[in-house]
Write a protein that binds this ligand. Sequence first.
Ligand code: ACO
Length: 276
Amino acid sequence: MATRNYQTVKVEKENGITWVILNRPEKRNAMSPQLHYDMLDAICELETDNETQVMVLTGAGDSWCAGQDLRDFFRALDNNPAERRKAGWASQEWRWRRLFTFPKPTIAMVNGYCFGGAFTPLIACDFAIAAEDAVFGLSEVNWGIFPGGLVSRVLVDAMCYRDALYYIMTGDSFDGKKAAEMKLVNFAVPRAKLKEETIKLASKLMEKNPHTLRAAKEVYKTCRTMDYWQAEEYMAAKGVALRATDPLRGREEGTRQFLDEKTYRPGFGSYSKRKA
Ligand code: ACO
């Protein structure tokens, strides 16, 4: 599928990885209404794009995303309720619902500043890898607001109570190493190795059965808010659905390779995906 052009987002595809790049480096990739519309379009398109096996979200230049655009998203829309509603809806739709439920693995590759509203897509991604010197901040309290949109809510999923309140209430910034120590990101690496490490993780994911991966993330993300009875029922049904619809017949294939062929042991890596 040809890659579309967007005003504020670049999409680059290479070897199964689709790089979605927030592209307003002169504004440190702050999120304007146009960026929200572009991101919503891009994500909707990539959901069913066969070339996209793993999606990486990153930023152009030295910033990942400086949060909502204070001029274009906030001040300019103060007296424009219709546009505010439209931009607000697009903003929540791509940063949370679409990204959180994206049907393929997603990696936030945090190459620099990550502030305020940028925490929502950061946490919506399945994985996050940061440059050690990336700078994170819940800066809202410094100018009279609190982390809104969905930020305060998604922080509950991704930071411990003490850390989240500390950074929400002090507005202090922290670096990629600290983000990794708090497990807000999976790991932090020297900036020079950021892309290489991201490709390494994406490649590992691309070796897996994509249908199983999709179900695995859907199940984990969905059952977090269920009670035990609902979760058990849901997982039983989802397991049957996966087995019935997986064109690679992953369960039969993995078991066959282990029991019959004796070519695969989980302790030594992935089974090989074979067409049934
Ligand atoms: N909204 C609007 N414009 C922004 C934003 C933003 N969130 N962040 C940066 N910009 C703009 C600056 O106004 C400046 O524009 P100009 O060239 O027209 O003057 C340009 O981007 C470059 O910004 P600088 O501050 O000059 O860049 P620097 O590299 O020195 O600093 C940093 C980058 C640390 C990200 C700084 O710009 C900053 O603190 N931005 C605000 C970050 C923030 O608090 N975001 C939360 C927003 S609120 C929310 O998301 C709910």
